[in-house]
Design a protein around this ligand. Structure first.
Ligand code: UDP
Length: 319
């Protein structure tokens, strides 16, 4: 297939490029580098099956030649208010990538009769009142809250995707991505894994926000990419959660990182650092992914962190 990937220079986009190239596809990557990095795709320069366009997906997009599939992954995605690359600090760009970017990609999918895959998010569930989250749960999002620029853009993107499917018969799919980690994460984007692993490798105490009693479920990137590719190859149209159901508190997560790295500096609590409406609990129900895609994660937290450490050490310049 000839596949367009927006957000190709991002954490997930670049892993998708690698994996789909390995499977023999031709990839057209797009990114405007507002949160992605040229470093993530530098190794693909010279690959005859990879081409790249520096574009903002919220503007009209033109792709020469036939396109068989479109994976729309372009968007800021970090919820950390302190981070310049977080969506709190890129509010309009985030809404445009989710709304106008999705519209442009769906337009190409319709014109080209291509499979479309939307990168959606567990954030569409907001601060969930139902646990674990099944795809049938409609969510708890404040449309004027500060996280809304991301959450509502992705909710709109899902609605628009289903509208193109229902009105125009476009072959669409929606993946709801839960917390994911691995090499090529932005060390400075303020999310839990980059912050905590960086601190552990620098022998610093790990910053646990609030009491650390809030939960997340962390998926290693290779598992996530495997699930997304299965969804791409399927003919499913309704949303599918992809994530690791292994739920833990952020305190347990920090303690696990300290143990794996051998960091003796412990934990420091930062009581006021949680963002507004930081979800208290988050865990995917992956029954649909198991049944429809035959998918479930395979990499343990310990193994995933071990595989992530060399990238972080290289970026930090530590041995
Ligand atoms: N968090 C933390 N310390 C950090 C960074 C994040 O305790 O240095 C917490 C944050 O408050 C949230 C959880 O870790 O409850 C996950 O945050 P992240 O930014 O990774 O993304 P989210 O899951 O909220 O989308």
């Amino acid at each position: 297939m000839r596949i367009l990937i927006t957000g190709a220079a991002g954490f997930l986009g670049s892993h998708l490029c690698d994996r789909l190239l390995t499977e023999g596809h031709t990839i057209i990557g797009m990114d405007n580098f507002i949160t992605g990095s040229p470093d993530n795709i530098a190794h693909l320069a010279g690959n005859e099956n990879f081409s790249f366009y520096k574009r903002d997906v919220s503007n009209y997009l033109f792709v020469p030649g036939k396109v068989d599939a479109i994976l729309h992954f372009a968007s800021p995605a970090s919820p950390n208010p302190q981070s310049p690359s977080g969506y709190f600090n890129l509010p309009i760009q985030t809404m445009k990538a989710g709304a106008l970017g999705t519209h442009n990609c769906l337009g190409i999918a319709r014109a080209q009769n291509a499979r479309f895959l939307l990168a959606s998010t567990s954030e569409i569930y907001g601060d969930p009142e139902v646990h674990p989250q099944k795809e049938t749960y409609a969510g708890n999002v404040d449309p004027v809250g500060t996280r809304a620029v991301y959450d509502e853009a992705k909710r709109f993107a899902e609605s628009l995707t289903m509208a193109y499917h229902r009105a125009h018969g476009v072959n669409t799919s929606i993946v709801r991505i839960f917390n994911t980690y691995g090499p090529r994460m932005d060390l400075e984007d303020g999310r839990a894994l980059p912050n905590l692993l960086k601190q552990a490798l620098l022998d610093q105490p790990l910053t646990v926000y609030g009491t650390g009693g809030q939960t997340r479920s962390f998926c290693y990137v290779d598992d996530l990419v495997d699930g997304i590719i299965r969804l791409l190859y399927s003919d499913e149209h309704m949303p599918v959660n992809i994530g690791n159901p292994n739920e833990m508190t952020i305190l347990q997560f920090a303690q696990a990182i300290n143990k794996i790295v051998g960091n003796k500096a412990g934990i420091t609590y930062v009581p006021d650092a949680r963002s507004e409406r930081d979800p208290q609990r988050r865990q995917p129900d992956i029954t649909r992914a198991r049944e429809i895609l035959g998918w479930e994660p395979k990499v343990s937290l310990e193994e995933g962190i071990r595989r992530t450490i060399p990238f972080f050490k290289q970026k930090l310049g530590v041995a």
